[in-house]
Design a protein around this ligand. Sequence first.
Ligand code: CP
Ligand code: NVA
Length: 306
Amino acid sequence: MRHFLTLKDYTKKEILEIVDLALAIKKEQKAKKPHPYLAGQTLAMIFEKSSTRTRVSFETGMFQLGGHALFLSNRDIHLGRGEPVKDTARVISSMCDMVMIRTFEHSMLEEFAQFSSVPVINGLTDSYHPVQLIADYMTMVECGRHENPIVAYIGDGNNMTHSWLMLAAKLGFELRVATPKGYECDPHIVENALMLASESGAKISFTHDPKVAVLGATVITTDTWISMGQEEEKAQRLQDFTGYIVDEALMAIADPYAIFLHCLPAYRGVEVSEAVLEGDQSVIFQEAENRLHGQKGLMVWLDRHR
Ligand code: CP
Ligand code: NVA
């Protein structure tokens, strides 16, 4: 049985298998062909943070696969009142076929997985957001931007950046990360990614200059400067990230055929300009829709590897 906690635990071959399965299931759905690969199964979804895309895509995806999804916020279950993670994991996994968790500390997810008898999926932690990267890579494939891409990530060294590091390190492509001073990625995750990159041939670089990262890049991406749980740092962060907005001037130095990705929610005029977000190079809504298809592929893959 496999969990899906970070891309670090997956080989290139496995990541590409999940993406291919997701693309195949997307085709079946678009052709209105029933695809009840998880008939009769239940997915428990534990949310300790807000969500639009993750909740709607997992719940809808499970329904389309013939199964059922349970939305469990920590206001509703005893986990939020202090029932131990290891007890919650054993109880829920004795009744459900898969569990998705969105939480703060990555260690909570790891503890849950350790005590779960069914596959556990990371629906975002403070450290990683791997399901988003399945959708992002699917979108790159659909846009024909997956062969030798140069990906530029501009902004906060956060869960999205860490997930890009792992994707690049596993698949072996070029990733340039531009963060302000003081907002660099977790050094331990960087060390891991660089070690994996030396095996895969990925070219990973870090800079404090967004222009250096974007010059000639074929995929430009960013994320909010204020992640969930960092609301109190908002004023300081807005000040410290000055100059990191992805706007038309920055896009102008990218490859002319570059695409723009954003996991959403996006803050217009903050990390990205309205013109870039709504412009011709932006594929953000295709990317958001691919959360549905990507996770269907992932859940079917996990079910086939029990
Ligand atoms: N991108 C993403 O995970 O969105 P939600 O927070 O809406 O789930
Ligand atoms: N970095 C963001 C991603 C939201 C999908 C956060 O953690 O809030």
